[in-house]
Design a protein around this ligand. Structure first.
Ligand SMILES: [Zn+2]
Length: 99
């Protein structure tokens, strides 16, 4: 599968909050990552993925930083696989149960 091209800038108010990522990402991760703390590669903002602005009009889901608009995550689901691009995320801190 080829990476989707960079989406054009969406309308500023045409998005959902990052909580809408919970369902699509539940297939990929064993934990709910919407509470995970991501660091934006554009402005270095730290915050939970639930605070991202999620756009669903691209070929897949595009999650942007609420502060600078950087694309932090893209998720494309084909019939047989998921393609997750975290190019705009410097790090992702995921809380796990203590072992
Ligand atoms: Zn940012």
């Amino acid at each position: 599968m080829n990476a989707p091209s960079s989406p054009a800038s969406p309308a500023p108010d045409d998005y959902q909050d990052g909580n809408a990522l919970a369902g699509p990402l539940a297939e990929v991760f064993a934990v709910d990552v919407t509470a995970a703390v991501g660091t934006c590669a554009g402005c270095r903002r730290n915050g939970p993925l639930a605070r991202l602005r999620l756009y669903g009009h691209a070929p897949g889901l595009v999650a942007r930083c609420p502060d600078c608009g950087q694309v932090m995550m893209r998720l494309v689901r084909s019939p047989t696989e998921a393609w997750l691009d975290l190019h705009g995320t410097l790090s992702l801190r995921i809380a796990l149960p203590e072992v």
